[in-house]
Design a protein around this ligand. Sequence first.
Ligand code: 5GP
Ligand code: ZN
Length: 141
Amino acid sequence: MSEDCIFCQIVAGEIPSHTVYEDEDVFAFLDVNPLAPGHTLVIPKGHHERLNDLPDDVADSLYETLHDLIPAVEDAVDAPASNVGFNNGDASGQEVPHVHGHVIPRFEGDGGNPIHAVGGSAPDLDDDELAAIAEDIEADQ
Ligand code: 5GP
Ligand code: ZN
């Protein structure tokens, strides 16, 4: 636990939350400032700042919980769809430095945007540049 982390304090029960799921590794609760009814946050119980920092077994548990929770969240608020995403690091807009996945229910005509709206100005990359990037990613695993 990180003493000054809001989400660690929620896991420890020191800050109340509307909990929707809990097991040994994972905790899920409603966002206090929801972008839609049912907006849910899914977090590892341990303090890790970014997805990149998660041990493999915790990443597996986190994904499994997300997978199970998405339909439950959508059903609870009668949503036909949802956006599911992580702000991953400072520059991405992550405000709470404890890994959390957002499940944001979406409704026809709700005025929201697809996940493509999170990007900045789109780069103009030719095929060689795309190939070089793909090669670097493939080599770095
Ligand atoms: P981020 O921008 O870091 O991806 O999102 C952090 C999210 O945590 C925000 O959507 C914000 O509303 C939510 N949040 C911040 N503090 C609290 C809190 O004390 N309780 C709950 N339930 N959600 C919080
Ligand atoms: Zn934490």
